[in-house]
Design a protein. Structure first.
Length: 104
């Protein structure tokens, strides 16, 4: 399943230092231009989604909502995460392709 591969790739990206997690780190990556893809958990609160959408619209960063908070947190070895910022273009593209395959 492509979702499982994407989770494995998230873990690899985290070990490579290409993931920002936690509200402050994600915001910092977005505003500094380092974020290449924002992953927002499907079970994130509506207000948080709205705030993140506003930032991605302003910065032009692509975002994707395809995993749960628990899946994202587990993939990077942390507690559940509402959002993850992928800071490497290669990882961002690969994760995006894997997660978008399920949609089409």
């Amino acid at each position: 399943m492509t979702e499982e591969k994407a989770l494995g790739l998230l873990g690899l990206a985290h070990r490579a230092g290409a993931i920002a997690s936690g509200a402050m780190q994600v915001e910092k990556a977005l505003l500094s231009g380092r974020c290449k893809l924002l992953l927002v958990a499907v079970d994130t609160a509506a207000e948080t989604k709205k705030q993140l959408a506003a930032v991605t619209l302003r910065t032009g960063v692509p975002s994707l909502s395809a995993l749960t908070k628990l899946q994202m947190g587990t993939a990077v070895g942390k507690s559940p995460k509402a959002a993850l910022a992928v800071t490497d273009q290669g990882f961002a593209g690969a994760i995006r392709r894997m997660l978008c395959k399920d949609d089409g």
